[in-house]
Design a protein around this ligand. Structure first.
Ligand code: ADE
Ligand code: ZN
Length: 342
């Protein structure tokens, strides 16, 4: 790993627990649950972990991972393994999305899942000081009623380190307007909110996320680069966007031959954060995303500090954690700046 990036204090705000599950962990889970085919397991897993295709085919691979998660220990194993991956990369804090309704709809109760994830989060903190929090993610193609159910379901989950409510899935299924009420309800109950927008949808979807859903942060947002008026809106309202370069290039949100528009956002003063989205399914991790941006978009040491500071400022967690994290983060940045070798 790039030594210089390792020492940089990092914040990961856009990642899905289901998409962090490495092949060997999924195999272990699937074997225990008897959900893997007895014959040709290797080829079966190969299809899940093989990249390529558009957002719809990616979402099918994501669903295929979810199919094997059946009991709380599966979520514990996933969260424990991912915590170790983050610690190895020098990440200080992460907010991890979990599409809980995929599992509750199958009859797995919410509380044991959250409690299992919480146990893994606690162990990661005791082991390495890594702070982990959850965002409960709705499934866009299941519509506004399902999103309202998620807001109801989220009541009382703060004690399991839930810090926000999000919405992922197929961006072209339902327009933002249909979720206006659900996002208002989430805000009224004191939740921070985020939505995947400007990934499969165009710049208008990003505008709607700001103006209609009034979110605190936007997942992806990359298609806003195509409309200067939406870029101005993001800059004026200082809405953070989580750019996930590998994911966006793999799903076609950004064409592989196009110049990746990182600088378009940075130069306008939009608070960009960098995420890995589904690192196991896109064969990446946060360090690799930063390294790729260094190589392809001229991400300088100053830009690196800026995107990580943007991340710190965009976190959803409670003020006490934010204060503690801020002190560690700033000391880490000073040390990184002193010790940098490049
Ligand atoms: N769920 C997991 N990854 C996602 C993505 N990139 N877009 C929408 N929903 C997702
Ligand atoms: Zn995502």
């Amino acid at each position: 790993m790039n030594q210089s990036l390792f020492g940089l204090p990092k914040v990961e705000l856009h990642v899905h627990l289901e998409g962090t599950i490495r092949r060997e962990i999924l195999e272990k889970i699937g074997r225990r649950n008897n959900t893997l085919p007895v014959k040709e397991t290797g080829a079966f897993l190969e299809r899940i972990y093989r990249s390529g295709g558009d957002l719809s085919s990616f979402l099918r691979r994501f669903a295929a991972v979810c199919h094997h998660l059946r009991s709380p220990i599966d979520f514990y194993l996933a969260a424990r393994d991912y915590g170790k991956q983050l610690s190895r990369q020098g990440v200080l804090y992460a907010e991890i999305h979990l599409s809980v309704q995929i599992f509750t709809r199958r009859g797995i109760p919410l509380q044991p899942i959250l409690s299992a994830v919480d146990e893994a989060f606690e162990e990661a903190y005791r082991e390495s000081g890594l702070m982990l929090r959850l965002i409960l993610d709705g499934v866009r193609q299941w519509g506004p009623g399902s999103m309202l159910e998620l807001v109801e379901m989220a009541e009382g989950t703060r004690r399991w380190k839930v810090v926000g409510i999000g919405l992922g899935g197929d961006e072209n299924s339902f327009p933002a307007e249909s979720f206006r009420e659900a996002f208002r309800a989430a805000r009224d109950r004191g939740w921070k909110t985020t939505v995947h927008a400007g990934e499969a949808g165009g710049p208008d979807s990003v505008r709607d996320a700001v103006e209609i859903l009034k979110v605190d942060r936007i997942g992806h947002g990359v298609r806003a680069a195509g409309d200067p008026s939406v870029l101005d809106l993001l800059a004026r309202c200082q809405i953070p966007i989580d750019l996930c370069p590998t994911s966006q290039r793999e799903t076609g949100a950004v064409a592989k031959n196009d110049i990746y528009p990182l600088r378009t956002f940075l130069d306008r003063g939009i608070p960009v954060t960098i995420g890995s989205d589904d690192p196991a399914l896109f064969q990446t991790d946060l360090t690799n995303e930063l390294s790729w941006l260094q190589g392809h978009c001229g991400l300088s040491p100053e830009d690196l500090v800026r995107v990580e500071r943007n991340g710190l400022e965009a976190i959803f967690c409670e003020p006490e954690v934010r204060r503690r994290l801020g002190a560690i983060f700033h000391a880490g940045i000073r040390s990184w700046q002193r010790n940098r070798t490049d």
